[in-house]
Design a protein. Structure first.
Length: 367
């Protein structure tokens, strides 16, 4: 049950929005109205324009931190039928490149360079871009950044490619993990001076897409969708032994339908939260970042003001850095499948929603 403090805060938030928009209040926190969700609810502050492609298109976001000017950080978002968008922290489009069927995307920064990896289902390849941080910062300041068609590196996958994520492991280097469409295999790639090198392939039990690498804890977190519906944690050894995964959660526990996008919110070098899209019931689960991976609660993104709620989410991304007044404790970006307002009931093409992680922390009473 939500605390009195939470209910008062939620009521104040909805009252404030009601005064600005004239929208009638529905105070679900009291759980007195039929059809109201009993889940903790948080609002999205901004949303991106709908993607260009119809039907199932928007998929996976990634966040680039502009360490020089955090308020000018960028969000990358895939349209898995056509290419990659770039957005600012108000959700406005600042770039788009038609690149083919780019499914998932991730990023890491090393020294003064940023690396971006993506799964390319048109060419069945692992695509890698590299940018000087100063060049990205200059483009962000101008409100004009797009991924170029020319890749820095490209590796030909041996599987029917699907999801992807990136890791920076001090022992192993810059890694990319790529999952198989309608299959259980996961490829492990490494960035070398000679290009992308396939190091290893292992079995995750069934079709998987969402993944994230915990650089500091040397752990791969990966969602297995179709067969068992589980979120697994793989301790990654230097020998690349993936034979001893830990099951964090499953459909028998707190996951509804398929587990999809998964990301990290760090509170220290090794502590923090795992965030998972529980796609079947349109909620987001939080777990402790380290074993035994305790379940900490769930929330949903509700419709507030002019930004509609979120449903059936695929990819998600989070960052813990204070970016601006809207995101003082970081940012969570989530894909929205339906992108439809309860008030207007007019369906639109899919998009991404931007959530202040401070609201998540307050709603779930986290540290």
């Amino acid at each position: 049950m939500r605390s009195l403090k939470q209910l008062i805060k939620a009521f104040a938030l909805y009252t404030m929005i009601n005064k600005k928009t004239g929208i009638a209040l529905v105070f679900c926190g009291l759980a007195l109205i039929s059809g109201c969700s009993s889940l903790v609810q948080v609002p999205a502050l901004y949303e991106t324009p709908q993607v260009i492609s119809p039907d199932d298109a928007a998929d996976d976001p990634a966040i680039w931190l502009n360490s020089a000017v955090p308020a000018q950080s960028l969000i990358l978002g895939t349209d898995k039928q056509s290419g990659v968008y770039s957005y600012n922290l108000q959700g406005e489009t600042v770039g788009y490149t038609e690149l083919g069927k780019i499914n998932n995307i991730d990023t890491r920064s090393i020294d003064t360079y940023t690396y971006i990896v993506a799964s390319n289902r048109t060419q069945q390849s692992v695509d890698l871009w590299r940018f000087a941080d100063s060049a990205m910062a200059e483009a962000a300041a101008k409100g004009d950044f797009s991924l170029p068609a020319k890749r820095f590196m490209q590796g030909q996958s041996e599987i029917d490619i699907y999801g992807a994520c990136m890791g920076l492991d001090k022992r192993l280097g810059l890694l990319a993990f790529v999952t198989e469409d309608e299959g259980p295999r996961v490829e492990v790639w490494k960035t070398t001076a000679d290009g992308l090198k396939l190091l290893h392939t292992f079995d995750n039990g069934g079709e998987s897409e969402g993944c994230v690498y915990d650089d500091e804890n040397h752990t791969l977190l990966i969602s297995e969708e179709e067969v068992n519906g589980v979120l697994r944690a793989y301790p990654v050894t230097e020998a690349l032994d993936f034979s001893n995964p830990v099951i964090i959660d499953s459909r028998e526990g707190n996951i509804g339908g398929d587990p999809e996008g998964v990301t990290l919110y760090k509170t220290s070098a090794t502590e923090g939260y795992i965030i998972l899209s529980s796609q079947g019931d349109s909620k987001f689960n939080l777990y402790s970042r380290t074993a035994p991976y305790a379940y900490l609660g769930s929330f949903e993104v509700a419709e507030v003001g002019t930004v509609d709620g979120v449903s059936i989410t695929d990819g998600i991304a989070a960052i813990n850095y204070p970016l601006n007044e809207d995101f003082p404790r970081g940012l969570l970006v989530v894909q929205d499948n339906d992108n439809i307002s309860k008030k207007k009931r007019k369906p639109k093409r899919q998009n991404f929603k931007l959530i202040s992680f401070a609201d998540v922390i307050d709603a779930l009473q986290l540290k």
